[in-house]
Design a protein around this ligand. Structure first.
Ligand SMILES: Nc1nc2c(ncn2[C@@H]2O[C@H](COP(=O)(O)OP(=O)(O)O)[C@@H](O)[C@H]2O)c(=O)[nH]1
Ligand SMILES: [Mg+2]
Length: 302
């Protein structure tokens, strides 16, 4: 301990030794650096703390990468990311939409790591990710930049513009404004909110995680945002699979076969197809056949 240490420094040091999470230790180290005495006598300590800080930060980044790698999903899969200010109801939304059990609190910054849940909608598994607040240092820009769909959770109109500004790098993502806590407003206020959102041409839904109002609409909007087709496969003489193969519009049966298993299409002689793209049930078609949403296909191999 250096002579004449600032009381804030002493507090920060205590925090450092008491912290169990590496994220908290890093924050404490940051504080220690800020309040460290500037005089020459503290130079060795300064160096020491800076080294500890750098090392911990590197370690954290490594585990973060590993973590997102482990939870990483095949790129064909469907993923929506939740962003919004602290307390807007992101964790509540994740819980309402999925099987996840995130921490929910009426004070800020409860979420420090991405929380992940799965929304099963019409046979499709959609991964929903709740990120730490935009302002916090745990916020992962990479996830937002790669997301197909971003759910922007707000509880006030004026929150929308700055949030959209912060996620604007991701030009390809569909953005859905989930205007939450609508249960708190009377009819007249709700009408005004609706009008404003409409006039700004936002893609939006008014929701309440508390009463679940609007949640079904939101699920549908999320699903539609992906612009995907669901193809149900069927084995000979058996019923169709419940979980569809997810594929882009204008794909062929060859694409479907390859999506099931790389190289599989080579073993397929022909296919029997039923549903929207077929002229009649069990129509015999080749691999170049272009599929439509909700087709049922049976691949016939040698
Ligand atoms: N009245 C009302 N409160 C909500 C609603 N959704 C969330 N909350 C409350 O808002 C607070 C913050 O919620 P939380 O999900 O932790 O927000 P986060 O910080 O964005 O993750 C909690 O007290 C929730 O109970 C809602 O639809 N209506
Ligand atoms: Mg939260």
């Amino acid at each position: 301990m250096p002579i004449n240490a600032h009381p804030e420094y002493i507090n920060a040091e205590a925090e450092y030794y008491q912290a169990s999470a590496p994220e908290d230790r890093l924050l404490a180290l940051e504080k220690m650096m800020r309040f460290l005495p500037k005089h020459k006598g503290a130079e060795t300590l300064r160096k020491n703390i800076r080294t500890r800080y750098k090392k911990l930060k590197q370690e954290l980044e490594k585990t973060k990468k590993k973590r997102s790698g482990k939870k990483g999903i095949r790129k064909e899969d469907l993923q929506a990311v939740i962003v919004g200010l602290t307390n807007s109801g992101k964790s509540s939304l994740l819980k309402t939409l999925t099987n996840a059990q995130p921490k929910i609190a009426s004070y800020g910054f409860t979420t420090t790591n991405p929380e992940i849940g799965t929304l099963n909608y019409q046979g499709c598994n959609i991964q929903i990710i709740d990120l730490p607040p935009l302002a916090s240092e745990n916020f992962d820009k990479g996830i937002v930049n790669n997301a197909d769909t971003i759910l922007v959770v707000v509880e006030k109109i004026h929150e929308i513009k700055p949030l959209l500004e912060r996620i604007k790098q991701n030009k390809n993502a569909k953005k859905i404004i989930a205007f939450n806590k609508i249960d708190l407003y009377n009819k007249e206020t709700k009408r005004k909110i609706l009008e404003t959102l409409r006039s700004k041409r936002h893609n939006f839904v008014l929701i309440s995680c508390r009463t679940t109002k609007g949640i079904e609409d939101l699920k549908e909007k999320i699903f539609k945002s992906f612009n995907i087709l669901r193809i149900y496969t069927k084995k000979q003489g058996k019923k169709q699979d419940n979980v569809p193969v997810i594929i882009k519009p204008n794909s062929t049966l060859k694409d479907v076969a390859e999506k099931i298993l790389h190289g599989y299409s080579k073993t397929v002689k022909y296919a029997k197809i039923s549903g929207p793209s077929s002229k009649f049930a069990n129509q015999k078609v080749g691999l170049s056949h272009i599929i439509k949403d909700k087709d049922v296909v049976e691949f016939i191999t040698e």
